[in-house]
Design a protein around this ligand. Sequence first.
Ligand SMILES: *[C@@H]1O[C@H](CO)[C@@H](O)[C@H](O)[C@H]1NC(C)=O
Ligand SMILES: *[C@@H]1O[C@H](CO)[C@@H](O)[C@H](O)[C@H]1NC(C)=O
Ligand SMILES: *[C@@H]1O[C@H](CO)[C@@H](O)[C@H](O)[C@H]1NC(C)=O
Ligand SMILES: *[C@@H]1O[C@H](CO)[C@@H](O)[C@H](O)[C@H]1NC(C)=O
Ligand SMILES: *[C@@H]1O[C@H](CO)[C@@H](O)[C@H](O)[C@H]1NC(C)=O
Ligand SMILES: *[C@@H]1O[C@H](CO)[C@@H](O)[C@H](O)[C@H]1NC(C)=O
Ligand SMILES: *[C@@H]1O[C@H](CO)[C@@H](O)[C@H](O)[C@H]1NC(C)=O
Ligand SMILES: *[C@@H]1O[C@H](CO)[C@@H](O)[C@H](O)[C@H]1NC(C)=O
Ligand SMILES: *[C@@H]1O[C@H](CO)[C@@H](O)[C@H](O)[C@H]1NC(C)=O
Ligand SMILES: *[C@@H]1O[C@H](CO)[C@@H](O)[C@H](O)[C@H]1NC(C)=O
Ligand SMILES: *[C@@H]1O[C@H](CO)[C@@H](O)[C@H](O)[C@H]1NC(C)=O
Ligand SMILES: CC(=O)N[C@H]1CO[C@H](CO)[C@@H](O)[C@@H]1O
Length: 713
Amino acid sequence: MRTRQLASPLLLWLTSASGAVGTESIPRHDIVSRYNPVRNASSPTTPMQIGNGFFAFGEDASGLQTFLPWATMSDWGWKNDTLPPGETLEDILDYRGVVWDGVQYEFGGPEAPQQWLIADPNRVNLGRIGLLFRDEDGQTRNMTEEDLSGIHQELDLWTGSITSSFVVLGENVAVSTHAAQSSSAVGITVKSRLLERGRLGIFLDFPWNDGSDKFQAPFVGYWNDTRNHTTALRIGERLGQNVLAQINHTQVATTIFTSVGGGDSFYISRDSPATHRYSLLPSEKMLSFSICVGYSLQQMAPIPTILEIETESTQVWEQYWSNNGFVDVFSGSADARADELQRRIVLSRYLMRVNEAGYTPPQESGLVDDGWYGKFHMEMFFWHSCHWALWNNWDLLGRSLDVYSRFLTTSIERAQVQEGYKVGARWSKMTDPTGRSAPGEINELLIWQQPHPFIFAEYEYRATGSLETLDKWRDVLYEGAEWMAVYPKHNTTTGFYDLSPPLYVVSEDTNPNATWNPAFELAYWNLGLTLAQVWMERLGETPPAAWAEVRENLAPLPIDNGLYVVYEGIESDFWATAEYTNSHPALVGLYGWLPQTANVSIDIAKSTAEMVWTSWNISNLWGWDFPMLAMSAARIGDQEKAIEWLLDPFYQFDDVGMPLGGPQVPTPYFPGSGGLLYAIAMMAAGWEGSNQSAPGFPQYGWNVRTENMSMAL
Ligand SMILES: *[C@@H]1O[C@H](CO)[C@@H](O)[C@H](O)[C@H]1NC(C)=O
Ligand SMILES: *[C@@H]1O[C@H](CO)[C@@H](O)[C@H](O)[C@H]1NC(C)=O
Ligand SMILES: *[C@@H]1O[C@H](CO)[C@@H](O)[C@H](O)[C@H]1NC(C)=O
Ligand SMILES: *[C@@H]1O[C@H](CO)[C@@H](O)[C@H](O)[C@H]1NC(C)=O
Ligand SMILES: *[C@@H]1O[C@H](CO)[C@@H](O)[C@H](O)[C@H]1NC(C)=O
Ligand SMILES: *[C@@H]1O[C@H](CO)[C@@H](O)[C@H](O)[C@H]1NC(C)=O
Ligand SMILES: *[C@@H]1O[C@H](CO)[C@@H](O)[C@H](O)[C@H]1NC(C)=O
Ligand SMILES: *[C@@H]1O[C@H](CO)[C@@H](O)[C@H](O)[C@H]1NC(C)=O
Ligand SMILES: *[C@@H]1O[C@H](CO)[C@@H](O)[C@H](O)[C@H]1NC(C)=O
Ligand SMILES: *[C@@H]1O[C@H](CO)[C@@H](O)[C@H](O)[C@H]1NC(C)=O
Ligand SMILES: *[C@@H]1O[C@H](CO)[C@@H](O)[C@H](O)[C@H]1NC(C)=O
Ligand SMILES: CC(=O)N[C@H]1CO[C@H](CO)[C@@H](O)[C@@H]1O
């Protein structure tokens, strides 16, 4: 029999409540629009973007990609490179790596197949669209941004559109762009007397996407390497709906179609067979010229009309801002820092919806440029995307959340066939859309991605309360928990279950062969197995006895000198060395980001957090470390410190809200934005057991209002 009754004492701390407070509704439009980014020149480091979560278009100050080749990227545009010389696909797919202590891992061994599997498939820049300037005689005229004056570029957050205006060749030009919301297309309207005089048009160009670059930032692809790929133009044929011209772009075995139409009529031609650049001019003299450009893997894909794109963008963005979660820290706060915090919140909300709401988990740089070949990291999925749950954007989160179901088969194979465990599924690390984990020692030995699905599922069940949710997640959670119960080794001397070598911790900076019982991972294992057990009980199933046996007998958290330490046996003086204090301080995550799990002492957690504050190399941290520090400070009751972490000088967001990569990675590094929104949700709407409104904010100077936010665990 199935029951949804609260059946277990484990559930006591899981009882849910909604965090909405306040009577009059928040003036959302005023607050959002207050932070519309405005530029008077291109930034050399970040584009201004429009998009829809699975497709985004980066612009320079011209309103297109005229002077700087900002990328047009998607969650579906990937390609494989040619195979290494002398290798067949079979050889590559047979790659196995090394065996350590009887377990097969995918790292080491032959270099060529390993490198191909790391770098392939890689994510591509779909193409470039820019303004084309011509002399009176029709010759193309090379221009630079210096030739423009009076540039005003504004992103209207409320409608997801960008308008750029400037003076060039003695005339005013205005360019406005919107992104389609249900396809990968951009709508462009250009207004100028230069159009009438035949001096202004649009160019399209296509780069060679070189899969051998691990990072391609700030720009993606090579425009001069024209021989490695092909393009061809089709016009006057039956193509997709609204499509007047189409360019196919083939890189190795991948062809991507660029379709143009949906607006005014035009002439289009290839500049020269030696390049992949196409020129497009209005076919009539006019003051206003509109077209849509859509990208797809299918040749016959329709594209929207310009009116459809504008309407859809305006409606979808208005709904996004008007419905679901909202946090106002600005309106009633006396604290001068509230304005900057609100700016970060609003711009992060915008950029997350442009870059990080696709059908696969986001890559670190979203849809701005390429990092790690454009692949995504399953351990980072929490930091990129869990905020959607607390802001009640289940439609957006739902697009990618079923990756756990999609990757279940390969994850069962990883655990049982590759690594030889009897049961369960082990989730991947650096991943492509097929679910393949890139070879690598860290990729294979990291474990903290494993409990994430329990958190996502728990939030979804709190949001829906439905049997359907319970059923949907059942196999994913069951198989994940099975592996979590079989992975810790029973220590016959102590009687405990150890998280034992080889493994990598969150900070990836310890010797995997010496890393026993890491503190954060033990706490997270405990939480994951707790939630797994609750889930099965909700379904009316009896969970395997091993889950409780392992959870109740997990090794105790390692404590030295009254403080939690990274792992059992780490040098007592590690706090004073650079070796272990330069990366993610997950020691503050075990109480803060995570709720209190069975073995956590709040006093020890507090002392440990304070020790981290003075011992860690803060200047070297990654974006999401700051929200993690803030959540820890909030839970231990130091709300002032929580705010300081969210505005720390080493945690920066630029003029359009892009989170800087700092010393670690190129900008943007979006886990910094996702983490901010998760921490803000928790601090504003509260967490399980918190008992005042906005419990993460200082009592004085801050007036925080929330609408439709959910409480954190
Ligand atoms: C452009 O804006 C910056 C501030 O964002 C300002 O310092 C600068 O003077 C402006 N330049 C022009 C030409 O308006
Ligand atoms: C790349 O090759 C792998 C292995 O054959 C295949 O699974 C994957 O679908 C390919 N991806 C693309 C984008 O061609
Ligand atoms: C870890 O152990 C494996 C064999 O079990 C060995 O090949 C590897 O070099 C060791 N790594 C370190 C960092 O000691
Ligand atoms: C325009 O720029 C292109 C590419 O940089 C160059 O090849 C060409 O010679 C330039 N044309 C003129 C007229 O300067
Ligand atoms: C393209 O330009 C890059 C530098 O921007 C250079 O390294 C490369 O050799 C060029 N490729 C060709 C084919 O000219
Ligand atoms: C481009 O093609 C040339 C010749 O086929 C080849 O030597 C070169 O390695 C290719 N470049 C890339 C980046 O694949
Ligand atoms: C690209 O278009 C050209 C011209 O119509 C055609 O010959 C070629 O087969 C097309 N390539 C692909 C891969 O569709
Ligand atoms: C809040 O959520 C409820 C239930 O999902 C919905 O009916 C309501 O419209 C939402 N309100 C706002 C302001 O988002
Ligand atoms: C059991 O735990 C003890 C104490 O942590 C440790 O010294 C020992 O190596 C462990 N034994 C095994 C077999 O892992
Ligand atoms: C702290 O981080 C900075 C920035 O990355 C780095 O330059 C410095 O060497 C680090 N300090 C120590 C003691 O590791
Ligand atoms: C509110 O929460 C704090 C911190 O968790 C706790 O010390 C206090 O007792 C709680 N107060 C009430 C009235 O529950
Ligand atoms: C500090 C602490 O609470 N330690 C406990 C962790 O859990 C084990 C097993 O339940 C207990 O034996 C420890 O006392």
